[in-house]
Design a protein around this ligand. Structure first.
Ligand SMILES: Cc1cc2nc3c(=O)[nH]c(=O)nc-3n(C[C@H](O)[C@H](O)[C@H](O)COP(=O)(O)OP(=O)(O)OC[C@H]3O[C@@H](n4cnc5c(N)ncnc54)[C@H](O)[C@@H]3O)c2cc1C
Length: 464
């Protein structure tokens, strides 16, 4: 098999170095050793955790992000309670495509996007659509999204994404190992597949950015690609292979396994919706759940797409909205898939999972409450059949989930500038699984008062 290197070497090593001051000192893709560099958090803090007094931290949300925050907080010696209206992992984390993707460093909003918006409005089944009725509500978010798609901002955002996500896999490792869930994570790399060179050329800017950030990319063509994925239609003749990428074979079971391990280690999970906060002298002294009021020491808001209203009650206004996505699970797909795949032409993911093959993706702006439009999931299947003509939909299940999304494709990982005992961990959009363990580690560092090895200013809550 012949795998070609696609693009001339860029300024990858230099850019990667600017993004992160590493604890490990090593960026594997770039093979580059950097001088250790540490950043302190925005506020001076007592040294808590194992070196001093532990805190009782309440985390709202037991999705993959909240559970990883809980586990890293336990590791620092804190007492931790997770509160969720549902069972762990039943929100957006249930149905992702399963990619843990350290090389993802290109925002959703890219230069040239503005000219595509009218077309998006016209096609309700297109990869990105806006429900007409939601347009007035989403308009301010979209303006910010367009502003974030200028070449200058894309460059800045991509540096911040790379700095954050490049340790995604290694930060998951200790959690997955302790939970004995290693069987749920595979490190096979992934393929981004195109219908010929002409189609790949349209994505040149994205791959240029990835190269400059130090992400390893190989091109695979024709017969070599057929050998890798024999079920693929031959007209899909070129792929970009990203070796440094993992995937989980069941995103829900992974979250569930980590949540069980959180309990095994002494963490508490309360199945209860949080309604608000008991403010005393302007400070959140209690958390009001559906069942009871509880005293509050430290708080982490990790409630996914529902975090915006909680943050607002705590004095922080964040332009969080939801990019709704769909999946179709094919339990008897009729073909074998060897690698997780992204379709460069149809813009969705195809992942081999324990329960069959999952087709996942699309973006729909329709808010938190609108009913799902499962025709969007059916469209995923129609597109997937173009790539894999042997694909079967017998017994297929459809799902819709709400990605928590900010207009600049970056999450909020931050201490509240209003209340020093409040922390935020939400808004990871398309990369919440990828960023969950990294976020958990950083939140624990913020709560404990330890220095961290990346600059957290791009993710601060009041950046908008
Ligand atoms: C189709 C699709 C494909 C995706 N594929 C990928 C992928 O391949 N890789 C990747 O990295 N990411 C992917 N994502 C994104 C990823 O799934 C999300 O970013 C991630 O799951 C967000 O996790 P979370 O914990 O922040 O939110 P959630 O999983 O939604 O968890 C938030 C939790 O908070 C709880 N909650 C909310 N409000 C309250 C309240 N008031 N009181 C108590 N509990 C509350 C909810 O019940 C929920 O359980 C995909 C998303 C979709 C939709």
């Amino acid at each position: 098999m012949r795998i070609q290197t696609p693009f001339p070497a860029g300024r990858g090593k230099e850019d990667a170095a600017r993004g992160r001051g590493p604890a490990t000192g090593l960026i594997p893709e770039a093979g580059l050793v950097l001088a250790p560099r540490q950043f302190s958090h925005e506020f001076p803090m007592a040294d808590n955790g194992k070196n001093g007094n532990t805190r009782h931290v309440t985390v709202i949300g037991a999705g993959i992000v909240g559970v990883c925050c809980g586990l890293y907080l336990l590791r620092d010696g804190h007492k931790v309670t997770l509160m969720d209206a549902q069972a762990p992992g039943e929100g957006a984390s249930f149905g992702s495509a399963g990619f843990i993707s350290p090389g993802s460093c290109v925002p959703i909003g890219m230069p040239g996007l503005a000219s595509k918006v009218p077309g998006m409005l016209m096609d309700p089944l297109g990869p990105l659509t806006i429900r007409w009725r939601y347009l007035p509500r989403i308009a301010p978010w979209l303006l910010r999204f367009l502003a974030a798609s200028s070449p200058k901002r894309v460059e800045e955002i991509s540096l911040a994404m790379r700095a954050l996500y490049q340790s995604a896999t290694e930060d998951f490792q200790p959690l997955v190992g302790e939970a004995k869930a290693a069987n749920l994570v595979r490190r096979d790399g992934r393929l981004e597949i195109y219908r010929g060179e002409h189609s790949l050329a349209k994505a040149q800017l994205k791959y240029d950015i990835m190269r400059r950030r130090g992400v390893t990319l190989d091109i695979v063509k024709g017969a070599d690609l057929q050998k890798l994925e024999p079920a693929l239609a031959p007209e899909y003749s070129v792929a970009v292979r990203i070796p440094d990428s993992s995937h989980t074979t069941d995103p829900f079971r992974l979250t569930e396994a980590l949540a069980k391990d959180f309990q095994r280690q002494g963490g508490t999970i309360l199945r209860e919706k949080v309604l608000g906060f008991d403010m005393r002298g302007g400070v959140p002294a209690g958390i009001i759940g559906e069942g009871a009021r509880r005293d509050l020491d430290a708080l982490v808001v990790a409630a996914g797409a529902y975090s915006g209203s909680l943050a607002r009650q705590l004095g922080s206004k964040v332009p969080l909205d939801t990019e709704r996505g769909y999946h179709m699970m094919l339990p008897e797909p009729g073909i074998e898939l060897r690698f997780p795949i992204s379709s460069g032409d149809h813009h969705f993911a195809i992942t081999p999972m324990d329960g069959g093959i999952r087709l996942a993706g699309t973006v729909e702006f329709a808010g938190l409450e609108a009913a799902p439009n499962y025709a969007r999931a059916d469209k995923l299947y129609a597109s997937a059949r173009l790539m894999f003509p042997g694909l079967q939909a017998e017994g297929a299940e459809r799902w819709m989930g709400r990605r928590p999304s900010l207009p600049d494709s970056l999450p909020v990982i931050s201490r509240s500038p209003v209340h020093p005992s409040v922390f935020y961990a939400f808004g990871h959009g398309h990369l919440g699984l990828t960023g969950a363990a990294v976020t958990g580690k950083l939140i624990a560092e913020l709560v404990t008062g330890k220095p961290h090895n990346i600059d957290l200013s791009p993710y601060r809550v009041h950046r908008f």
